[in-house]
Design a protein around this ligand. Structure first.
Ligand SMILES: NC(=O)C1=CN([C@@H]2O[C@H](COP(=O)(O)OP(=O)(O)OC[C@H]3O[C@@H](n4cnc5c(N)ncnc54)[C@H](O)[C@@H]3O)[C@@H](O)[C@H]2O)C=CC1
Ligand SMILES: [Mg+2]
Length: 313
């Protein structure tokens, strides 16, 4: 699978702190050159499938103790080499404790691409014209659970302690990295209300840009339909002011709610009357064709008669 295979490409930059070129270093088992302290450090990197070079400073143990000026010279020589080799971009992964290398990299044109708790990644576009490098994550994902009990026609709602006071909304919160939408909904409902539930379907998606709670990025807010598995409320005092099972028709009519909550309440009422298959985006897990991974697909169910006629599985 060519798009996941990474060609390992080792480059070396021979430069001492005073600028004198040193002889080649000892070859490592991986075919690279070892670093040899501040007097003869060599950066090692990997070539990606687009022709960019990635350098992980955490793998260069002998950079430890190197001052910012010496690192700048090392990097400058590496950049010249990458340009002569026709590399299109450089990616610099810097552990937080080596952040003193960020300023010299920035002075050579590197910019932040993204940061994680313990490292930052900087990029430099080396190709023709403006940068074609993709940006980092653009959205945060929030998921709420509309836990609806068909037998009592009641739905679980909360009032947030920190915002939208006196407004009922569905319990929910932000997805963790790598967490399925369904799992976020069930987890957040339980953490905020103490009610256990099971995922049934996705009901709605809202996209909002420059969201205040998303650090200026965009926000995707998804509401799922959940089936209750317990009913006793034990709500989170830090996040919620109130938590109640309230009549679905009242939720659809009350002014003390958000427009999204009202619309979803009306959807649920319609689903109750006409069948939830009329409102549900159901979920199916499928294998990704190329990567060997799995994904979740959400869409309206096709009628069985149509599926049979199409010969679909
Ligand atoms: N239309 C609606 O009914 C509403 C939708 N939403 C959506 O719900 C999702 C987020 O749900 P939440 O319940 O807010 O997330 P959440 O349940 O994951 O809770 C986030 C927690 O972080 C805390 N927090 C957030 N920013 C903070 C800061 N700067 N400093 C300290 N603490 C901070 C909050 O007080 C809260 O305890 C988003 O997608 C948002 O757009 C949120 C409110 C209403
Ligand atoms: Mg929440």
């Amino acid at each position: 699978m060519w798009w996941v295979r990474r060609t390992s490409y080792w480059f070396s930059t021979l430069l001492d702190a005073g600028g004198a070129r040193l002889g080649p270093g000892r070859r490592t088992a991986s075919g690279g050159l070892e670093t040899r302290g501040s007097c003869g450090a060599e950066l090692q990197g990997e070539l990606d499938r687009f022709g960019g070079v990635s350098v992980h400073l955490s793998r260069h143990h002998t950079l430890h103790g190197l001052d910012a000026a010496a690192f700048r010279r090392l990097l400058q020589a590496a950049i010249q080499r990458w340009r002569s080799e026709g590399r299109i971009a450089a990616w610099l992964h810097i552990p937080i404790l080596q952040s003193h290398f960020i300023a010299p990299a920035a002075s050579l044109g590197f910019c932040f691409h993204h940061a994680k708790p313990h490292s930052s990644t900087l990029t430099l576009w080396l190709g023709e014209g403006p940068s074609r490098l993709p940006g980092y994550a653009t959205h945060q994902v929030g998921v709420a659970g509309a836990v609806f009990d068909v037998s009592t026609r009641k739905v679980l709602v909360v009032q947030d302690r920190n915002k939208l006071k006196n407004m009922w909304k569905f319990p929910g919160g932000l997805s963790e990295p790598g967490e399925d939408i369904a799992d976020t909904a069930v987890r957040e409902v339980f953490e905020e209300t103490g009610v256990k539930s099971e995922f049934r379907s996705l009901l709605s998606i809202r996209q909002q840009h420059r969201s205040p709670g998303a650090f200026g990025m965009s926000d995707m807010y998804l509401v799922c339909r959940l089936q209750p598995r317990s009913f006793t409320i034990n709500f989170c005092q830090q996040e919620c002011l109130k938590c109640e099972w309230i009549d679905l028709e009242n939720l659809a009519r009350t002014k003390h709610t958000t427009p999204i909550t009202s619309r979803v309440a009306r959807l649920l009422l319609y689903g109750l009357r006409e069948g939830f298959d009329k409102i549900d985006l159901s979920m199916e897990e499928l294998p990704a064709v190329y990567t060997g991974l799995f994904y979740k697909l959400y869409h309206r169910e096709l009628p069985e008669s149509y599926k049979a006629a199409m010969g679909a599985d």
